[in-house]
Design a protein around this ligand. Structure first.
Ligand SMILES: [Zn+2]
Length: 276
């Protein structure tokens, strides 16, 4: 598949009602996925993915990862991965619970699961577990994106305040983990518009990163409920949003991993899929 074909197949743009039905998040109870439409990324005919049994049987923390041909990061909003991507981008937001951030970090280290965290630097969890996260970040298994410093609705802020929110968090990520999160930012609650996008782009955050499918765990729900949402949304090429906020998530993690294995889905960070 050439790049232009791939790019046409990308789920880009969040202007339709489809995307609008999926935006609310990070508010307890507000981000249960709505809409039953099937994202185009999963319906396009896809070349058979080529799982690469690259190395000999590897120790368990390094699961086999299909080789991908990276495509340029799309201009505009990302809500999914290129059609045919044989796995998901599992993204995790906020970090209101230090215990859940720790559980995610240990889970990643134990299973090799590739994750993208959208961090709010105001949450102490990221600093408290920086030593645990840093090797995963350094190896590229875990990517860090910008979810603003303290989670405001950016559509209600002026341009300067939007940029301050992003850059305060940007500097936190740079200082704490030595990474540059650009161009990926996730607007809190999924709230953004053309003005927000312009203000963010002016400081290098050119890619609002939304999702197509939610574990709905920004609020306090049970592990069983979370697994139920995963059964619905863990599908090829989906960007799925989860949260490190409430303990129900901790019990769900091994079951989510088992679900991925059962479905033959790999996990990819955004950097695994897109060139910056
Ligand atoms: Zn959030």
């Amino acid at each position: 598949m050439d790049h232009s074909t791939t790019r046409r197949a990308l789920l880009v743009g969040a202007t339709g009602s489809l995307a609008a039905g999926l935006l609310a998040a990070c508010t307890p109870g507000a981000d249960a996925p709505r809409g039953s439409a099937t994202p185009t990324a999963t319906t396009a005919p896809t070349p058979s993915p080529t799982p690469t049994p690259t190395t000999a049987p590897t120790p368990s923390p390094t699961p086999t990862r299909p080789a991908l041909t990276k495509v340029p990061v799309p201009h505009g909003t990302v809500t999914g991965l290129p059609a045919g991507t044989p796995g998901i981008a599992w993204t995790v937001d906020d970090g209101a619970s230090s215990e859940v951030v720790e559980a995610y970090a240990r889970f990643a280290a134990e299973t090799g699961t590739r994750l993208t965290f959208f961090v709010n630097g105001v949450r102490p969890s990221w600093t408290e577990h920086a030593d645990l996260l840093r090797p995963l970040v350094d190896s590229g298994q875990v990517q860090l994106g910008n979810h603003t410093w303290d989670h405001p609705a950016l559509t209600k802020l002026g341009d300067q305040a939007i940029q301050d929110e992003l850059m305060r968090n940007h500097e936190f990520l740079e200082r704490t983990f030595g990474v540059d999160a650009r161009p990926y930012f996730r607007p809190p609650y999924g709230y953004h518009d053309a003005r927000v996008d312009r203000a963010a782009a002016a400081v290098g955050y050119t890619t609002p990163t939304l999702w197509y499918g939610s574990l709905a765990d920004s609020g306090d729900i049970s592990s069983d409920q979370i697994v139920g949402f995963a059964e619905q949304w863990f599908q090829p090429a989906h960007v799925v949003i989860g949260h490190a906020n409430f303990p129900g998530t901790i019990g769900a993690l091994p079951r989510l991993h088992a679900l991925l294995e059962q479905r033959g889905l790999a996990t990819f960070t955004l950097d695994d899929v897109f060139t910056r």
